[in-house]
Design a protein around this ligand. Structure first.
Ligand code: MRU
Length: 363
């Protein structure tokens, strides 16, 4: 179904309780067409995540939470053991769609906990609790992004130039985005930022999604090719880099869209601080360093022919297409979370962020 609303008014991921479907904007069609699609089966949900119809770590988490609720709700077995077995089968399947974004397994584990913690309840009641949990995951995402935005905004000043890579915007979350949250909050408060959006080869999330949403929101955004970041930084046009992340290791090493570590290396050369905007749901304290992060490899066609009118590489040429790279923690000026900004040494500061989160949750 085509939607004519401004993209900023569309829900990235939603739950249709009447149709029992997950509703997403098909991001592979943007910016040309805003098409809302409904997902019902496990295969449809898995494909939507794998094919990047819904993408960006937090949005993947929300889609998985809604998805597993829809699948759980359709389970016919009313015995707890039968329900749990089928739930876990579906959970494992959805979890296999993309390996790097921590939010996928984080959201699915959180949903599974609802089933495990309520083994004494009737299956119908568990289904109701799953629905509420999936809605809570989405609502929390809005608060998390906004709070990251407030902390991020404290790191920049009116008129600053900000560079971002890939799309860690509203289209990657439920609202505000992570890396774009300081930009949107600044926009509301008259900060007049100048934003540079890397086009982000090979899937062009920067061109198709970030420049689209920022432009639609009235932000002063300039689209650049990935190989232009050194030029804009050398020109003194960039005061800070804000990027999102797919998984942050306990030592601060950060997996994000391929090319982020190139930007961070260039930024170091030109003394531009690089801030990682990271919901705690993306920080994986069980992964010690970046070397332990599983990096997703994608099909060669994304590099050789996708988006081109005709193939742009010789048939049979070898292609290396990792979806993410790891930015070493020493290139990162700060990790902005919803519980404050973590600075080096990250092993201690990130542990402190989780301590703060635990204390806040007790209240
Ligand atoms: O492959 P994608 O488009 O899902 O990659 C997205 C990114 O790398 C984002 O920067 C990251 O998920 C953070 S989104 C707030």
């Amino acid at each position: 179904m085509e939607n004519k609303k401004n993209i900023m008014e569309c829900e990235t991921v939603d739950l249709n309780l009447q149709n029992k479907t997950v509703v997403i904007i098909d991001q592979t069609k943007l910016p040309g067409r805003t098409e809302m699609i409904e997902l019902k089966t496990a295969q449809e949900i898995w494909d939507a995540i794998y094919l990047l119809k819904v993408r960006g770590a937090p949005a993947i988490g929300v889609a998985a939470a809604f998805g597993i609720y829809i699948l759980a709700d359709a389970i016919k077995d009313e015995t707890y053991a039968g329900f749990l077995a089928e739930f876990q089968k579906q959970k494992e399947y959805l979890d296999s769609a993309r390996p790097t974004a921590a939010n996928l397994s984080w959201a699915l584990k959180r949903m599974e906990k609802v089933v495990l913690d309520n083994s004494d309840k009737a299956v119908s009641e568990i289904k109701e609790l799953l629905k509420l949990e999936s809605i809570a995951i989405k609502e929390e995402d809005v608060w998390v992004c906004k709070t990251i935005g407030e902390y991020g905004l404290s790191l920049v000043k009116p008129g600053d130039g900000i560079l971002t890579h890939c799309n860690a915007g509203q289209l990657a979350t439920s609202k505000y985005g992570t890396a774009t949250a300081p930009i949107y909050l600044g926009q509301e408060r008259g900060y007049n930022f100048h934003v540079y959006a890397d086009e982000t080869r090979p899937l062009l999330q920067g061109a198709r999604l970030t420049s689209y949403e920022l432009h639609s929101a009235g932000v002063d955004v300039t689209l650049i090719c990935d190989n232009m970041s050194a030029t804009v930084m050398k020109n003194g046009w960039v005061n800070a880099v804000f990027v999102g992340c797919d998984r942050v290791a306990a030592n601060g090493d950060t997996a994000n869209k391929i090319g982020t570590s190139v930007v961070a290396t260039v930024a170091k050369r030109y003394n531009v601080p690089v801030y990682i905007c990271a919901p705690t749901s993306t920080i994986d304290m069980n992964t010690a360093t970046g070397a332990d992060i599983h990096i997703e490899q994608r099909p060669a066609e994304e590099v050789t022919e996708m988006w081109y009118k005709e193939r742009m590489a010789p048939e049979g040429v070898k292609v290396f297409n990792p979806a993410f790279d790891v930015t070493d923690h020493d290139l990162i000026a700060g990790i902005v979370t919803e519980y404050g900004i973590a600075y080096a040494p990250y092993t201690e500061s990130l542990a402190g962020i989780f301590k703060k989160k635990k204390e806040a949750q007790k209240k």
